[in-house]
Design a protein around this ligand. Structure first.
Ligand code: PNW
Length: 483
């Protein structure tokens, strides 16, 4: 048995003392040891994340042309209640208000995405000066308020023209077009923006969009073609890294934001941890493993057989070019344990009663944040990690007294941050956390039903109201410790 830590020992005697006190009501009751705050390393970067199509609105302004999400959301039956991003949070006009929300939180960093169809409305060709000017204004407003912008180049709003011309990510022309666009944005903004993420969540921009059809452009391609889309996605990432480095100011940092599947061992012993690491490599073979290792694992190629992607000479080197950091979007854990199969691990099925939030895919297992950091650190040894998204949906209600008492989100955040603090305190290179999301927004196919914000948005008036979770987050940031 492990010796008691001071805290757990303190807790035990307190619990024992409480029982004794209630029985005897007199006598020497040991005082609890003063609780130690769960502190983060100094300089830890606290922030929030959003994405262009989910928040901006202004879809026909400043020379922007439609993206695949405009087309998709305007197609009957594709989103909940026919919701679209036409107005969303209207951040296109209200960005200064949003910056003040960040400032009030004490946020040090903000992750936002640039809308490709504002910059190259036709996907390629002539850049649209008004589009880049908008992001210059947003960036300047952030910097004037002491907030460092971190920019995602692609959060799924592919220019519709690019989809129509070459089939979007079905063609490697789109990988190339994405790199050109990314290089242009980096050239224009890297005097003020020092961190860029290429892509957001490969599985959503490829599988959900081209294989299962839940997301724009809503295609259901057979396996071989869907695997080729995946390949063009990661190739686009690699080409964009190179384009950004070629055109940005020296010192610009480049990475990606990836929702790698996170495997948590059922039992935390050497065998369990080893199983989680094997699962981390194989379970992400089509995306993050290829990016971190510059190759497709044999186990993936074997598994896909004749449907494996067609790879051109030089592709894997581009895909695997070294990154300055890795961003992880972290929501749902998978539990694994060792077994004697060829892969060396087995994923444990989830019982029906496993807790989840209103988003049916978002199961609540707070240790997911610890294992995300630890597995990726130990398997690939990145220099720096960020949590680029973490948060939850809730059935938020604005009460007549003007408050949103989202104690469920608060509980979710407190527990997740406790596990992130564990990772930081063990020395893993986790440097920042971007909460998803700053404010309620267009939740893709779910429309406006599943709210993820720590600020409530009234979609009639566009008024933003801090929820209870915003108060919790402000205190956490102020103390640099779990509040
Ligand atoms: C991420 N799923 O999306 C995105 O990066 C955000 O834009 C989004 O709002 C946030 O998480 C919350 O959903 C996901 O179905 C969307 O498994 C759907 C899934 C996963 C991530």
């Amino acid at each position: 048995m492990k010796p008691f830590s001071r805290r757990s020992f303190g807790k035990k005697i307190t619990a024992a003392a409480a029982t004794a006190a209630s029985v005897f009501s007199e006598g020497a009751v040991a005082k609890p040891a003063s609780p130690k705050r769960l502190e983060f390393p100094s300089g830890f970067l606290w922030g929030c994340a959003t994405a262009a199509y989910q928040t901006e609105g202004g879809v026909a302004e400043g020379g922007r042309k439609p993206s695949v999400w405009d087309t998709f959301s305007h197609t009957p039956g594709k989103t909940n209640n026919g919701a679209t991003g036409d107005i969303a949070d209207d951040s296109y006009h209200l960005y200064k208000t949003d910056v003040q929300l960040l400032k009030n939180l004490g946020a040090k960093v903000y992750r936002l995405s640039v809308a490709w169809p504002r910059i190259f409305p036709d996907g390629t060709g002539q850049p649209n000066e008004k589009g880049i000017n908008y992001y210059e204004r947003v960036v300047d407003e952030l910097l004037a308020n002491g907030i460092d912008p971190y920019i995602t180049m692609y959060h799924w709003d592919l220019p519709e023209a690019q989809q129509d011309r070459v089939g979007g990510w079905q063609s490697r022309d789109t990988s190339k077009a994405f790199a050109d666009y990314s290089g242009y944005v980096a050239k224009r903004l890297s005097d003020r923006v020092h961190h860029f993420f290429t892509t957001n969540e490969f599985v959503c921009m490829t599988d959900l969009s081209y294989k299962t059809g839940q997301f724009a452009p809503g295609l259901r391609l057979p396996a071989a073609e869907a695997n080729q889309v995946r390949h063009h996605g990661i190739l686009g990432h690699g080409m964009a890294v190179q384009a950004i480095r070629a055109s940005a100011k020296p010192g610009t940092m480049v990475g990606l934001a990836e929702n790698a599947t996170v495997f948590a061992p059922v039992i935390e012993d050497a065998e369990g941890v080893a199983a989680a690491q094997k699962a981390t490599r194989h379970g992400n073979a089509q995306f993050l493993t290829a990016v971190m290792e510059g190759k497709y694992l044999d186990s993936y190629l074997e598994q896909e057989g004749a449907n494996a992607p067609k790879v051109e000479a030089g592709d894997m080197k581009i895909i695997g070019c070294p990154l300055d950091f890795v961003g992880l979007n972290v929501y749902t854990p998978e539990y694994v344990r060792p077994d004697d199969s060829k892969l060396g691990y087995a994923v444990v099925p989830r019982p029906k009663s496993f807790p989840h939030v209103p988003s049916p895919w978002l199961f609540v297992g707070p240790e997911v944040l610890y294992w995300a950091v630890r597995n990726v650190s130990e398997v690939w040894k990145p220099k720096t990690l960020y949590i680029t998204e973490n948060g939850c949906s809730s059935d938020d209600v604005l009460t007549p007294d003007g408050h949103v008492y989202d104690t469920d989100r608060l509980m979710y955040l407190r527990n997740h941050l406790t596990h992130l603090q564990r990772a930081a305190s063990e020395g893993y290179p986790i440097k920042g956390y971007f909460l998803w999301s700053l404010l309620d927004n267009f939740e893709w196919a779910d429309g406006y039903t599943n709210r993820f914000g720590i600020h409530y948005v009234d979609y009639e008036t566009l008024k933003r109201t801090p929820k209870l979770s915003a108060e919790f987050y402000r205190k956490t940031i102020a103390e640099n410790a779990v509040a």
